[in-house]
Every structure is written in structure tokens, then in C-alpha cells.
Design a protein around this ligand. Structure first.
Ligand code: SAM
Length: 240
């Protein structure tokens, strides 16, 4: 840009991510079930349990999209707690909010970029980002923001695609680069978004690298749990 802050590539990525999620929003939940053969539900449950969220906690769901994690967190924190549903994309957020309203649940919602969170320091007990970090342009900034809004003793959970166990890599590549776009085309009428998905998974930092990035942002006691042989990993870190 004229201001010299973002390069053309970065702007390109932001545009692409917006376009992808506008395009997939209406079929998003169905595609998740198909592509992961239902496993994403288990991974999300695992993330909620590992987050340690308790009755009365204030929770931030970042890149919360269609609100899968928000719904699960609501059950954990009860009436005394609070869960914020946030996402940069209005199409995804609308589906998430409507879905909750249909279930008789209302949560505070904010459309925001994770790289610049509109919350005060030390506000939340738990923060989570599921399958969102890899879409962010400045992951280091986003992780710092997540750290900033957590209160001391609070934890961040990052659920994300990761590096699969090596012997399985060829099968996984075949699945994600060949089968996924075909499924995307058949079910959602959109193969390019699912090509982007496979590509963004391949580019995302592996387990140890993400752990280091979280430590760089200030998180302590960072550890990760591999799910489905590393297809997905849950990273958790604390702010003290
Ligand atoms: N967390 C939900 C889930 O697990 O089902 C949605 C995940 S979806 C694959 C990724 C979400 O990240 C999209 O809704 C997208 O709009 C959001 N996203 C991408 N970049 C973002 C950013 N910089 N800040 C906040 N959200 C972002």
C-alpha cells in the first residue's frame, strides 16, 4: 500500500481468506463433518476439556465462526460465566449467532481481527482459537493480543492442523490435495476454497514451531497434544 505497512502479498492473503469464508459459510458445518469424517467434533470437545474452563469463567472464542466452541464453552461456564463469539468474517459470524439464537442461547458477539482485539488487558480467563490461526497474516501479533487480553492464571488453547506422523504423510497429502477439492466441488460447488484449505494446512507451522511461537508471545508451560496422529494438535499455554 501507499503507507508501506502491508505488502501486496499480505493484502492478497487477507482478501483470499475473506473470499474463502464468505464462499464456504453456508456449507461450512456440513463440510467439516464430511472432510473430517465427524472427527472435528471430538477434537473440539477435547479442546474444551483441556482448556480447564470452569463455572463462572469469562471466555473468548477467537475466529469462532459458526460457534462450535462457543456452544461447548457455554455449557462449561454456566449462567455465571460469559462467552464472547468473535470472528473477522461477518458471513461466518451471522451463521454462528443465528444458530445460537435458534437454540435459545444469546452471547456477546464482536466482529474483529484477532491481530487487534477490542478488549482490555487481563479481561478473560480462557481464550481459544480453533482452525483460525493458520488464516491469520501476522500470527505473532495475534498470539500477543491473545496473551494481552488474558488474565494472569488464564490459558490459551489453539486447535489447529499440524504435522502428521511421517509414515502417514503420503496418504494425508493424497487426501488433502486430491480428495478435498473434489469434495469441495461436489458438495459446496467450490474447489478453489478447498485447495486454499489444503495449501494453508501445508504451510502452517508444525507442533514444535507453534509451541515456540506461543512462548515468544509470552505464554508459559506450553504443551501440545497430537490428535489423529498429528493431523491436528491442541496447544495450550498459560499467562502468569
Ligand atoms: N473456530 C471455528 C471452528 O472451529 O469451526 C471456525 C474456524 S474457520 C476454519 C476459520 C475462521 O477464522 C473463519 O471464520 C475466518 O473468518 C476466521 N479468521 C480468519 N482470519 C481471521 C483474523 N485475522 N481474525 C479473526 N478471525 C479470522
Amino acid at each position: 500500500t501507499h503507507f508501506g505497512f502491508t505488502t501486496v502479498n499480505e493484502t492478497e492473503k487477507v482478501r483470499k481468506v475473506a473470499q474463502v469464508f464468505d464462499s464456504v459459510a453456508s456449507r461450512y458445518n456440513l463440510m467439516n463433518d464430511l472432510m473430517s469424517m465427524g472427527m472435528h467434533r471430538l477434537w473440539k470437545r477435547f479442546a474444551i476439556e483441556a482448556s480447564g474452563a470452569r463455572e463462572g469463567d469469562r471466555v473468548l472464542d477467537i475466529a469462532g465462526g459458526t460457534a462450535d466452541l462457543t456452544r461447548l464453552f457455554l455449557d462449561k461456564v454456566g449462567d455465571g460465566g460469559q462467552v464472547w463469539l468473535t470472528d473477522i468474517n461477518n458471513s461466518m459470524l451471522s451463521i454462528g449467532r443465528d444458530r445460537l439464537l435458534n437454540e435459545g442461547k444469546e452471547v456477546p458477539v464482536a466482529q474483529c481481527n484477532a491481530e487487534k482485539l477490542p478488549f482490555p488487558d487481563n479481561y478473560f480467563d480462557r481464550a481459544c482459537v480453533a482452525f483460525g490461526l493458520r488464516n491469520m497474516t501476522h500470527k505473532d501479533l495475534a498470539l500477543k493480543e491473545m496473551y494481552r487480553v488474558l488474565s494472569p492464571g488464564g490459558s490459551l488453547s489453539v486447535l489447529e492442523f499440524s504435522k502428521v506422523w511421517k509414515p502417514l504423510q503420503p496418504f494425508y497429502d493424497a487426501y488433502s490435495f486430491k480428495a478435498l477439492p473434489v469434495m469441495g466441488k461436489l458438495v459446496a460447488g467450490d474447489d478453489s476454497s478447498y485447495r486454499y484449505l489444503a495449501e494453508s494446512i501445508r504451510m502452517h507451522p508444525a507442533q514444535e514451531e507453534l509451541k515456540e511461537m506461543m512462548q515468544q508471545a509470552g505464554f508459559e508451560r506450553v504443551e501440545y497434544f497430537n490428535l489423529a496422529a498429528g493431523v491436528v494438535a491442541l496447544h495450550r499455554g498459560y499467562k502468569f
